[in-house]
Design a binder for this molecule. Sequence first.
Ligand code: RIB
Ligand code: CA
Length: 309
Amino acid sequence: MILQGAMAAASLLIDADPGKFSDDSVAIVMCLRSPAKVSVRGVTIVSGNVWAQDGFRYVRDTFSAVGKWPLVHLGAQRPLVHTPEMSKKQGPLEFAGAFAEPEPERQRETAGDFLMNELERRPATVLAIGPLTNIARILEMRPALAQRIERLVIMGGAVDVAGNVTKSAEFNFWFDPEAARAVFRSPVKKLLVPLDVCNQAVVTRRHFDEIAAEDTPVTRLYRESFGNTYPGFLTKPDARTFLWDELAAALVIDPSIATRIETRKLDVETEFGPRYGAVKPGESPVDVVLGADTGRAWAMLRRLLTVGR
Ligand code: RIB
Ligand code: CA
C-alpha cells in the first residue's frame, strides 16, 4: 500500500499587533515552529497593542530569537475611524494600547499590496490576532479576495461574556470596530476565537515558570515581557492572564483542540458610545469557538516555546 503523504502544511498569513514580546509574538513563534502543520507565508503588522511602526520593529526581534525570518510588511498605522482623541472620551481605560502612546512618524505601508498579491497568487488561511484594519481594507479594495481566504481565524470579540477593554468590548474589536464590522459583513469564512473561550485558558505564575525556567533566546524574551511588563509575574506572583492569540494559533495548528463551535449571526457595534466595538446579534454567520481543550493548548505552547536553541 502506498503510504498516504503527510497532510500538506496549511498555507498561512498572520496579521498581528505584536508588542515587545506579547501574546502575538508567542502565537507567531508557535506557528513558525510548526512547519509540518503551517507554512507561514508572511506576517503583516497592524496598530493595536502598539503602533504598527513599533510592532514592525519588535517582531523582528522575535524572528531573530527563533532564527526564522518570514516576509513581514508594515500595515495600517491607524484604525479606520477610531482615534486617540475618541479613546480618551471613553473614560479612564486600564489599557488603551497604542492610543496611550505618542504616535510615531508615519511610514509607507506595504502590507495591503502584499496580502492582495499573496492571496491572488495562492489561497491561504489568515490568522488575524490584532485589530482587523488590514483585513477590512483589502476586502473593501478587492471583495473577491473573500473567496481566496480559505478561513479567517480571528482572535477577538466577546459574544456572551464581558469585554476586556470596556465592559462591552474586547480590545481588538474596540480598537477598530468599523473594521471588525466590515469583516463580519463580508462573505469570508470566519472562525472567531472570542474571550468566551479565551477566558477558559487561564495563565498563572505556575504556567509562566514552566517557560521562564528554560534559558533560550525565546524564553528569555518571554520571561522579560511576561515577567516584568504584562502581566508582570515576577513582581506580581498572583497575576493572571489568558491565552488569547496563543489559543487562536493553537487552533490553527491543531483544530481538534476546539471542543465546541457554534454558528451565530453576529454584527459589531460602531455607534460611538459605551458599546463601541461590542459584538451584537446581526445577520452575518460566524463560527464561534466556545470551548477548547485548554490543557492541550498550553502543552503545545510550552513545547513550542521551550524547544530549540
Ligand atoms: O483581547 C486580546 C487581544 O488584544 C489580543 O490580540 C492581544 O494581543 C490584544 O491585541
Ligand atoms: Ca494581538
